[in-house]
Design a protein around this ligand. Structure first.
Ligand code: ADP
Ligand code: ZN
Ligand code: ZN
Length: 728
């Protein structure tokens, strides 16, 4: 025990241990440190970055073992707000993940290192009154200075923008600042100058009225609106009001939803430069966004999953677009659901949150039906365009070439003849999902995974889409030597070559992660398509989200059959979400749209309901099935996952863990193999833990996990806990 006068700092460090660690003040500090400040500490033999979480007056650690902080970083300014520390603490408790890892997952990468620091606000330059007067007098003998004044006439600019506008040099900049014609101020400050949006439809006004009519404070709004119904316009109208009150708005979008198109729209409508944050940004940019959010200069924040953890100095509204999207769940390390944490954060902040989607997850739908969320509907397209017509092509009665059936080929030809565009969707990259030998039946499997290697014909290579394994494609069968290797099944690459043979001379754009890799490439395709010439688009999920293609009137869904009879109870829900989303690309403007679905199972009951009655009815039926089967959202699940090359170790660990499960019979199942048992050379198994009440699952896990941690076998496998798992 230490004496009472001492301050003990409780510090989080990025290690897989559940506790905080105690440190004494360093030799050189003046004022006591505040929670959220970064420090450097000795941890075993290493020196680590840590974050002060709280202070205490005594420690359980014997005084002679307590170490002092090595250094205080960021000149003693907290880089994590109190509110964020509390939220992350909740996350660590709820998801049963070590707090240090949760915290460091939230920090921008630069702040995880001790040699980079939170920079001050970036600057922008504004014309002063004296500067405006001087500008009116003409260039005189200082034309370079005059050009700067003119460039700033329309509003403040960053130094980069100024350089671009008039090639300003450092000397000229110094001159105009010294004369008092221009002054520097933090970037992003200044009032938004919103432009009026389109006149809202009756449905949009009603929704907006209902959301604004709520008493101030927390409310979760599920904005359930068909694609093209103007959800984004509702977000923008809400954001405009909150920004005008001087508060911050955080807009979250799925990983591939963050398009320049969206940013342009937001910027134009709200008259404010959005601050963007996502994991693809350079470290410096993410750090700058963090600082701007923390200090409150960034009024409007737009980002993907990780942006949920930006500090917010003055929050007013959270919006999550496409809130059903699977990319909101982090699938490795700290496995959180950004949707669920966003709702929790809005609740704690006492502000509204809007979850927008055309296809609510069954969890969200259930919350809305129970009255926990307000349920708002937009059933019509905002442009007045009619909903697309559905057609089903039964693949059992059709010849198929390169994945495309004859009726589809005809429909594409007619679409192109009318001068319109068609989009062909298949969520599978490469040329063929399997390469096989027609002599002996050999097929190319991955050495490390229970999966076939995908044949990428253009690169003459075989790729594993699960572990990244790559090898040259063999010319002859490695087993029997025959010249009889052929692809089975289709990928986007094959569709591309089949369609370019069928429709020579027609512009064809393939959009998937192989074809579109560099920044700007997707934009170039989108711009070309929007220019309006008849063309064909072939692609994966990348094409399905967010884009508005006014001249696409035909959407072809090549194959979604895998999901129809999958062992994963969420497969059908996801299939429907994808289908509706892809269909939404069709006929968004004045031209009516058609969607053709190719399937071997036109008789599938769920599929039939979806096509006939729409997602709303389909989802309610599926929800009823989940209720009967006692599956989420009518049960609460967690998995204890383990993986290692050695099956014995994995099973040994899970069996020992299962013996220690404190729950009643019928609440723990397994060990069960993962859907893909072997991946990246590791065998993956899990225990399924399930209770009717969330609270029970939490308290059982709190008793269970310390015992699991204490097992010897726990040190010989990689294991994790996944709360509300989405994958098995
Ligand atoms: P969603 O987000 O629901 O897919 P958007 O907000 O992107 O829908 O709107 C779809 C299209 O309709 C966009 O081109 C948008 O500019 C247009 N739009 C939205 N609201 C209106 C409106 N009230 N009047 C006319 N056009 C609208
Ligand atoms: Zn062979
Ligand atoms: Zn593999």
């Amino acid at each position: 025990m230490t004496d009472h006068a001492t301050i003990i700092y409780r510090v989080a460090v990025p290690v897989p241990l559940p506790s905080l660690f105690d440190y004494l003040p360093g030799p050189a500090e003046g004022a006591p440190l505040r929670p959220g400040q970064r420090v450097r500490v000795r941890f075993g033999a290493r020196s680590l970055v840590g974050v002060v979480v709280s202070t205490a007056s005594h420690s359980e650690v014997p005084a002679e073992k307590l170490q002092a902080l090595e250094a205080v970083l960021d000149e003693g300014v907290p880089v994590v707000s109190r509110e964020l520390l509390d939220l992350l603490g909740w996350c660590a408790r709820y998801y049963k993940h070590p707090f240090g890892e949760v915290l460091f997952n939230a920090l921008p990468p630069a702040l995880r290192r001790s040699d980079s620091h939170l920079p001050g606000p970036p600057e922008q330059y504004r014309l002063t009154e004296a500067g405006a007067e001087r500008s009116g007098e003409g260039p005189g003998r200082a034309p370079a200075q005059h050009r700067v004044l003119e460039a700033l006439a329309d509003g403040p600019l960053s130094i980069e923008a100024l350089r671009e506008a008039c090639g300003v040099t450092a000397a000229v900049m110094r001159a105009v600042l010294t004369h008092g014609w221009v002054r520097a101020e933090p970037a992003g400050s200044g009032e938004p100058a919103p432009r009026p949006g389109p006149e809202l439809t009756g449905e949009q006004s009603a929704v907006l009225g209902a959301i604004r009519g709520e008493p101030p404070g927390f409310a979760c709004h599920l904005l359930d609106g068909v694609t093209g119904s103007g959800k984004t316009e509702v977000y923008l109208a809400l954001a405009e009001q909150v920004l005008a009150q001087g508060r911050q708005v955080l807009l979250l979008v799925p990983e591939i939803g963050l398009t320049p198109q969206l940013l342009r729209r937001v910027r134009n409508r709200l008259g404010l430069e959005p601050v963007v944050s996502h994991s693809g940004l350079a470290a410096g940019e993410r750090l700058a966004a963090w600082g701007a959010a923390l200090r409150g200069e960034a009024r409007l924040l737009v980002g993907t999953r990780s942006a949920l953890f930006l500090p917010l100095a003055n929050p007013g509204l959270l919006i999550m677009d496409e809130s059903h999207d699977p990319s909101y769940k982090q699938q490795d390390g700290f496995r959180y659901s950004a949707r669920d944490v966003a709702v929790k954060r809005a609740h704690d902040l006492g502000i509204p949150i809007v979850l927008g989607t055309a296809t609510p997850s069954l969890e969200s739908l259930n919350n809305a039906l129970c009255g926990r969320y307000r349920h708002h509907h937009l059933s019509q397209r905002a442009t007045g365009a009619p909903p697309p017509r559905w057609r089903v092509v039964d693949l059992r009665s059709q010849p198929v070439r390169g994945g495309i059936s004859a009726p589809v080929r005809e429909a594409i030809a007619e679409t192109l003849d009318r001068g319109e565009q068609a989009l062909v969707f298949l969520n599978r990259r490469g040329y063929a999902p399997v390469l096989l030998c027609h002599e002996c039946g050999w097929h190319a499997g991955c050495r490390h995974c229970d999966a076939n290697l995908t044949w990428h014909r253009s690169g003459r290579a075989l790729h594993c889409h699960h572990c990244g394994e790559r090898q040259p494609a063999p010319r002859f069968c490695p087993e029997c030597g025959a010249d009889a290797l052929q692809g089975a099944g289709e990928g986007t690459e094959q569709l591309e070559s089949a369609l370019s043979r069928d429709f020579p001379g027609v512009d064809l754009h393939r959009v998937d992660r192989d074809a579109v890799r560099r920044k700007g490439e997707l934009e170039a395709v989108v711009d070309a398509v929007r220019a309006g010439r008849p063309c064909l688009l072939v692609g994966t999920q990348m094409l399905a989200k967010g884009h508005h293609f006014p001249r696409v009137t035909l959407v072809v869904v090549v194959n979604l059959d895998q999901a129809l009879y999958s062992a994963d109870f969420r497969a059908l829900e996801r299939m429907a979400q994808t289908l509706v989303q892809v269909a939404g690309r069709s006929g968004r403007a004045e031209h009516p749209g058609t969607v053709i679905l190719q399937t071997h199972h036109p008789e599938h009951a769920g599929l039939a309901t979806l096509l006939r009655e729409g997602y709303g009815v389909f989802a309610r039926e599926l929800l009823e099935e989940r209720r009967l089967a006692v599956l989420p959202p009518f049960a609460h699940q967690a998995t204890l996952r383990a993986e290692e090359a050695d099956r014995g170790r994995v099973l040994g660990f899970l069996e020992q863990a299962l013996e220690r499960w404190p729950g009643p019979p019928g609440t723990a199942f397994g060990p069960l193999p993962a859907m893909m048992e072997r991946r990246g050379g590791r065998l993956r198994w899990y225990l399924l833990l399930q209770t009717d009440k969330r609270k029970d699952l939490q308290s059982l896990l709190d008793r269970f996990l310390p015992e699991v941690r204490a097992l010897d076998s726990a040190r010989r496998v990689r294991w994790t806990v996944d709360l509300d798992p989405q994958e098995f």
